[in-house]
Design a protein around this ligand. Structure first.
Ligand SMILES: NC(=O)c1ccc[n+]([C@@H]2O[C@H](COP(=O)([O-])OP(=O)(O)OC[C@H]3O[C@@H](n4cnc5c(N)ncnc54)[C@H](O)[C@@H]3O)[C@@H](O)[C@H]2O)c1
Length: 352
């Protein structure tokens, strides 16, 4: 039995971690920690058997049998809590973004090395069925080489202010988009060019337009849009390969499209029905669905991701989302902010 402690009992704990851990065979969520009594009260209903503490320190002292600590607190607390857990001899799964600065990331990695423990980050998007199948198709080369990719997200600000409304969109959400492009191209980009237009009176970086440059003249483009007040799409993907484009769209879809097939000039009826989103391959107007997500998308993907982390570490192998790889994602995010601030293309080698 793998025993887990959960630090931070807020939105991600309730909607992602508790449902994800509950479904994993051989895994027990033993205890949680959060200083906020409201959060603690909510969790008592969601996970009644979980012991709850106000501080990570007490959780670590009282539950010596816990092997893994999951950190689901605001980003600026990740480094302190991760180091505390590692120094107490526990492995860590940290929510994204790993940490706000590279210096903090390096302190976490050094603590993991000293303790002989693993730290991995919840970059769970590649475990989502629609993304996993798209990445598999790209890696197999069955549609030819990947030439260009786009990741597109619209984001809703949660009500009531808080740490999220400081508007660090690229740092907070860009981590997923960068991770997806790095996975698709199978390498870190050599350079980053970004623009972050900010209308007067809006804080942070509400819009991120970021291009990542990969080997062989290939590129990936990210659009993050926090100004969208229309229907939201949390994630749209497009991988343009030599022979076909792979597309994925997260979120519920229910539509009927009636049209005329461009090639055959015959009438066409297309029915789209997918609770958590779908992926498909397109060649001109021909289209074939290749994967669908379950409705509880993020919890399902996090469950698969963390299960692989536990399995790989159990075998002594590097897990998905490994800290040293997650460090590269933070480098790319920082290169994007530098590029937008200085108005130039930033080689990734500059950010280390
Ligand atoms: N991987 C994903 O898809 C995904 C989705 C949502 C959120 N997240 C990440 O999860 C993290 C948490 O996000 P959230 O939306 O749950 O935030 P939240 O504000 O809803 O919850 C954070 C909780 O952490 C608690 N907390 C703060 N400091 C603490 C400390 N020192 N010890 C223990 N608890 C502490 C707060 O009281 C709060 O209850 C963030 O890093 C966020 O980016 C990831």
């Amino acid at each position: 039995m793998i025993k887990v402690g959960l630090v931070g009992l807020g939105a991600a704990a309730g909607s992602i971690w508790i449902p994800a851990l509950r479904e994993l065979p051989g895994v027990e969520l033993v205890a949680g920690a959060d200083p906020d009594p409201t959060a603690v009260g909510r969790m008592a209903r969601l996970a009644p058997s979980m012991a709850v503490h106000q501080e990570l320190e007490h959780l670590l002292e009282d539950h010596r049998s816990i092997d893994w600590i999951v950190i689901a607190t605001p980003p600026d607390t990740h480094a302190r809590l991760a180091i505390q857990a590692l120094e107490a001899g526990r492995h860590v799964v940290c929510e994204k973004p790993f940490a706000p600065t590279l210096a903090e990331v390096d302190q976490i990695l050094a603590a993991a090395t000293r303790a002989g423990r693993t730290v991995a980050v919840n970059h769970e998007m590649p475990s989502m069925p629609i993304v996993a199948e798209s990445l598999r198709a790209v890696a197999s080369g069955e549609h030819g080489r990947l030439l260009f990719a786009q990741v597109w997200q619209t984001l809703v600000d949660p009500p009531g202010g808080g740490w999220r409304n400081q508007g660090q969109t690229m740092a907070e959400f860009g981590t997923h988009a960068v991770d997806l492009l790095v996975q698709a191209f199978g390498e870190v980009p050599s350079a980053v060019l970004a623009a972050m237009p900010r209308p007067d009176g809006v804080v942070g970086d509400p819009v991120d337009l970021v291009t990542l440059f990969f080997s062989g003249g290939r590129a990936g483009h990210i659009v993050l849009d926090r100004l969208c007040r229309g229907a939201h799409k949390y994630l749209e993907l497009r991988f343009d390969c030599v022979e076909a484009s792979l597309r994925a769209s997260m979120g519920g879809r229910a539509s009927i499209e009636v049209g005329l097939d461009a090639r055959s000039r015959r009438p066409r009826l297309r029915l789209d029905l997918a609770g958590g989103g779908q992926a498909w391959v397109e060649r001109a107007s021909e289209r074939a669905v290749i994967a669908r997500n379950p409705t509880s998308t993020l919890a399902h993907a996090t469950g698969l991701h963390v299960q692989r982390i536990f399995e790989q570490v159990g075998r002594g192998a590097e897990p998905p989302g490994a800290g040293r790889r997650a460090r590269d994602i933070v480098r790319v995010v920082q290169a994007a902010y530098r590029s937008a601030a200085e108005g130039r293309r930033v080689p990734l080698a500059e950010v280390d």
